[in-house]
Design a protein around this ligand. Structure first.
Ligand code: MRU
Length: 346
């Protein structure tokens, strides 16, 4: 299995996704600030992977603390949590993981710094392990939606690289392939940072899952030609009414799918749910630097100094979504009710 992120000898080791697919390089983070930088610069990316990185980063920061009493330790712990959660605004999993680490500390707040360091390390490793198990479960549940002969479009990378392992949308595809279903994947290249071309294509090739790479603007034509039976994507945040934030371009794919009568599925763990938010317009959408649009691999593809917009995510309204696959079941419209039920399930 592809190792996205690990805890090795009290360091956080992650595969540098900005270098893939040409270079397979691992980075060791020895300070929590290095983990924060890795999230910001997208060495590690994808909502569940960001959550796991946050938990491990917090455990790392705690471990390095020189505090000699619990009060000082808790102050430092809070600074670390704030620093880690200020890295990227959209993925719910980042805040979910930080909250889980805070809750753990709250329930042991009379423990010594040394005890708390151990507790936090154990909790972060639990989050990592659970993430893989959740994806495998989601894969099994979602695979029932995919049939022999399906051509499935996916956008961005919702694979092993976007999680601690196995993947969400790609996990569903992986599970269907492992069940010997004859499926074929269309991979959107996913401008501007090419997570589809660089990362999803890399993963599918490694796994031997048949796929064809297309540029984002080809999806509509292929749909109109009857070449795509289903769409499946991941999510960065899913709110109470079922609106979904995901990689920029997802909304366009969803509209095209509806126009062409193609089911549009979202696969995401419950740690991506944000049921405190009523609808999608409140989701903070990250705006990234202009060089991601004006350059590819450091080469300018536009005149220097042009005005650029670079929202990294968009919001797909729930009316375009056929089903949301989670590790405890599949939510169908009306999502307000079905998501609430799945969120409460043991
Ligand atoms: O900017 P990124 O690469 O972190 O965005 C990733 C996505 O939008 C993924 O589709 C999403 O996080 C789901 S990953 C399982």
């Amino acid at each position: 299995m592809i190792k996205t992120i690990e805890w090795v000898d009290s360091k956080v080791r992650l595969i540098d996704q900005t270098k893939l697919p040409s270079v397979e390089e691992y980075v060791d983070c020895r300070e929590w600030q290095e983990v924060a930088e890795a999230i910001k610069s997208m060495k590690i990316r994808g909502a569940p992977a960001i959550g796991v990185a946050a938990a491990l980063g917090i455990a790392l920061g705690a471990k390095n603390s020189q505090a000699t009493n619990t009060n000082d330790f808790l102050k430092e712990f809070e600074e670390i949590c704030e620093g880690i959660s200020a890295t990227r605004p959209t993925a719910r999993n980042l805040f979910w993981a930080t909250e889980r680490m805070r809750t753990k500390v709250q329930s042991h707040k009379n423990s010594s710094p040394e005890e708390l360091k151990q507790i936090l390390e154990e909790e972060a490793l639990k989050i990592l392990k659970e993430d893989i198990e959740i994806n495998e479960e989601m894969g099994k549940i979602g695979a029932e939606l995919l049939k022999d002969g399906d051509n499935i479009l996916t956008h961005c990378n919702a694979g092993a690289l976007a999680t601690a392992g196995y993947g969400t949308a790609l996990g569903v595809i992986r599970a269907a392939f492992d069940e010997h279903k004859k499926i074929h994947i269309f991979v959107d290249e996913t401008r501007p940072l090419l997570q589809g071309a660089r990362l999803t294509a890399w993963e599918l090739k490694k796994e031997g899952i048949p796929f064809t790479l297309i540029t984002d603007n080809m999806a509509g034509f292929l749909m109109s030609q009857g070449k795509i039976e289903k769409v499946i994507v991941g999510a960065d945040r899913i709110v109470a009414n079922g609106d979904v934030a995901n990689k920029i371009g997802t909304y366009s794919v969803a509209v095209l799918a509806k126009e062409n009568g193609i089911p549009f599925y979202v696969a995401a763990p419950r740690s991506t749910l944000d049921l405190s938010m009523a609808s999608g317009e409140k989701i903070p959408v990250e705006e990234r630097g202009p060089q991601e649009v004006t350059q590819i691999n450091g080469s300018l593809i536009a005149p220097a100094q042009v005005k650029v917009r670079n929202p990294a995510f968009d919001i797909t309204p729930h009316s375009y979504i056929s089903a949301i696959i989670t590790e405890v079941g599949i939510a169908k419209p009306p999502f307000g009710e079905s998501l609430r039920r799945l969120a409460q399930k043991n």
